[in-house]
Design a protein around this ligand. Structure first.
Ligand code: MG
Length: 358
């Protein structure tokens, strides 16, 4: 485990190799072989976006963004969206949420109500409610106002069954009942649902008081309804992730490691807003490593890629979607075809360059 004097550092929460090492070598060491009386179809050690127990998708996610209000969103909207999206990317429909609030002494009740209102709005957008929860208060310190945990459950839908039938039409060998990181095989297309890096840069601008000439807003939003439409109306989706901490670079490497394939990405196809691109250049950040909260990366059978793309582009959330690359069994890892004609490898980032973004 990469560590400083045997202590946890900010990098341990930044979504890259250091965090993955902590999870694999320390957390899984103790919790990885705990037994549940239910049938665990997607267990903890898969390290997928959520687990599957007795056909229920289960997810828990704590949100510790700093500051708690940022352009385009706040910790409340983030907490609901983050958990809803992690359940939805397995192909499930979220149907109930639990919320644990840890409030810091000194947080104003006006701010708390603003956060709760925002949580309610996100619940309405997602069509799912908070059904249980807990509230704790801690002494004034470094929490930055509050930390919010949202856990949730999701279930199978007819849309998911339909999607899997479409997949099996083109991949006779396909076995998985859920949309998992490990499902990709060769010759499949990779789609990104929109511009990358917006969320990380919006949070960074609020953290540092930076202005990038135009206001870069977070993309944070629940995507479950969009995902349900993709499964229902197009289908053929085998793998899906929300590229949060560690950004697109981490999400694609996760696909490659778990599926045992390579991904060849076309650099020029990856949608990036001009202001995000120039802000990244100015700050020396790689937009591929910056986190997103309202985007999905999709692996789809090649025969259905255009249909998924067209459907995405007909929606507000997916209007900037692009097919950015394809899987290849002849190499491992993520390779990028650059705009100038060369190739470079995109390694898994050590951590997201922006701290505390979710
Ligand atoms: Mg996720």
């Amino acid at each position: 485990m990469a560590e400083k004097n045997g202590q946890i550092t900010m990098l341990h929460g930044a979504g890259g190799t250091v965090m993955h090492d902590l999870v694999k070598n320390t957390i899984l060491k103790y919790l990885g072989d705990t037994k549940s009386p239910g049938f665990v179809e997607v267990p903890l050690n898969f390290l997928d976006d959520a687990a599957v127990v007795d056909d229920i998708v289960l997810k828990s996610d704590s949100h510790a963004v700093k500051p708690i209000f940022f352009p385009g969103g706040d910790i409340g909207r983030l907490a609901i969206s983050g958990t809803v999206n992690d359940i939805a990317v397995l192909g499930a429909e979220p149907f109930a949420l639990a919320c644990g609030l840890v409030l810091e002494e000194g947080l104003s009740t006006a701010d708390l109500e603003r956060i709760l209102r925002s949580m309610r709005d996100a619940c309405v957008e997602a069509g799912v409610g908070v059904v249980t929860g807990d509230t704790k208060v801690v002494e004034k310190g470094s929490l930055g106002g509050c930390v919010i945990n949202v856990s949730g459950v999701g279930r199978r839908t007819e849309a998911l069954e339909k999607n899997m039938l479409v997949v099996k039409k083109f991949r006779k060998d396909f076995q998985s009942r859920w949309i998992l990181d490990s499902n990709l095989s060769g010759g499949e297309k990779i789609i990104v649902s929109g511009t990358i890096g917006d969320h990380g840069l919006a949070v960074l601008s609020a953290q540092e008081g930076l202005s990038f000439g135009s206001e870069i807003k977070s993309d944070v939003r629940p995507l479950n309804r969009l995902i349900l439409r993709l499964l229902e109306e197009a289908g053929g989706i085998v793998a899906m992730k929300d590229p949060t901490r560690g950004g697109l670079a981490d999400a694609l490497n996760e696909f490659c490691d778990k599926s045992g394939v390579g991904i060849l990405l076309e650099e020029g196809k990856v949608p990036i807003r001009e202001d995000v691109r120039s802000a990244c250049e100015m700050l020396g950040l790689d937009p591929f490593e910056v986190g997103n909260e309202g985007k999905i990366v999709i692996g789809v059978v090649k025969e259905k890629a255009e249909e998924v793309l067209t459907l995405l582009r007909s929606t507000e959330e997916g209007k900037d979607a692009e097919i950015v690359g394809e899987t290849n069994v002849n190499f491992k890892g993520v390779a990028v075809q650059t705009v100038v004609g060369g190739k470079r490898i995109i390694a898994r980032p050590i951590g997201d360059p922006v701290p505390r973004i979710c």
